[in-house]
Write a protein that binds this ligand. Sequence first.
Ligand SMILES: [Zn+2]
Length: 90
Amino acid sequence: MLAMITETVVSIDDLQYLTIHCKQCGTSMTLDLNYAGADHDRDDMLGVCSICGIPFDSTLRPNVIGFKRAYEALSKHAKVSFRVKIQENC
Ligand SMILES: [Zn+2]
């Protein structure tokens, strides 16, 4: 099988969801970056995996909150884009 890697450019305005995968059981949880609710709702989700109950790394929560704040600030005050690698199997 041959793999071809290409790149595409994604505007920060097109980012919508952040998905976190539990290292223990593989379950994923997806956070809406545009969610306007209280941050404490999201903080509760970042403590332990809702499926296997294993605590997430303690750095996850502050880093996700920091990412969300950076996302909001960059979206409002600058035109930012990302280059994303896409692997296509031929
Ligand atoms: Zn889990």
